[in-house]
Design a protein around this ligand. Structure first.
Ligand SMILES: [Zn+2]
Ligand SMILES: [Zn+2]
Length: 268
């Protein structure tokens, strides 16, 4: 059992062969996938829900990526609220700040991030956070506006940043970057992350792990990251798979959401 806690199955690179991608995932032991609902921004933020409705193993998040913050209107928040009623929606995100690309003005990114934190809190959903070259602003907004569960997705920080996020009660999700030669600081962070705060993801179709680097990433490739994570922490892939699965279930599939999943059994 293995959970990919962050990927983008709505990406057009999966449009031709999504069934085969999910078959390969299941063969590799990936039993659950959280697909992220940010898409190309409003109004297409129902993309993950639509995919999750088609495949029992797929769960959905909803939210607006910082790249698309400038496209948000008041209708967007109404739409997110309505989508949250879907039983396959188990998380809010990815939300946060991206000062690398600056596709939306920073001031608007901060506003939309804060507003979505309010909404996620209202909806009692855990959040998945995207932060790039915006660490300090991300952490200060979170410490002011967020008290619930959070996942720092594709964590690529160093041990100091890991400790800061862990002290705030957050989970750290490691992806393909963990296998990159230059990512020793990420491996050091992965070494000090407690068992009960650890998650694993692909961020597919992006960031394929070595030896697939540069190719389209997909959930089945997560076994490379799993092996590296086990190696770094001096344990077995099976042990990492078990504890990251338990962490995902506790975060996203248990109360207050638990009663919403009775019709989705294990192993689908
Ligand atoms: Zn991201
Ligand atoms: Zn992502």
């Amino acid at each position: 059992m293995l959970v990919d806690s962050h990927c983008h199955l709505d990406d057009k690179r999966f449009a031709e062969d999504l069934d085969a991608v999910l078959d390969r995932a299941a063969e590799a032991g990936v039993t659950r996938i959280l697909t992220i609902g940010t898409g190309d921004g409003p109004p297409g933020i129902d993309c993950a829900v639509r995919i999750a409705e088609r495949y029992p193993m797929v769960f959905a998040s909803i939210g607006v990526h910082p790249h698309d913050a400038a496209k948000v209107t008041t209708q967007t928040y109404d739409e997110l609220r309505a989508l949250a009623a879907n039983p396959k929606v188990v998380a809010f995100g990815e939300i946060g700040l991206d000062y690398h690309y600056d596709f939306s003005p920073r001031e608007i990114q901060r506003e939309v991030f804060t507003e979505q934190l309010r909404l996620a809190c209202d909806l009692a959903l855990p959040i998945t956070i995207h932060t790039r070259e915006a660490w300090d602003d991300t952490m200060s907004i979170l410490s002011e506006h967020w008290k619930g569960q959070a996942i720092l997705h594709c964590f690529t920080g160093d041990p100091t940043q890991a400790r800061q996020a862990l002290a705030m009660g957050f989970h750290l999700s490691y992806g393909g970057v963990l296998t990159f030669k230059t990512a020793e600081h990420v491996r050091e962070a992965a070494r000090i992350t407690p068992d009960d705060r650890l998650l694993i993801e692909t961020d597919a179709p992006y960031l394929a792990p070595i030896p697939h680097r540069g190719k389209r990433n997909e959930p089945s490739m997560m076994v490379e990251t799993l092996r590296k994570l086990a190696d770094v922490r001096g344990t077995t892939p099976e042990a990492i798979a078990a504890l990251t699965t338990a962490n995902f279930e506790r975060l996203c599939l248990r109360p207050p959401n638990a009663t919403r999943y009775t019709e989705v059994s294990d192993g689908n």
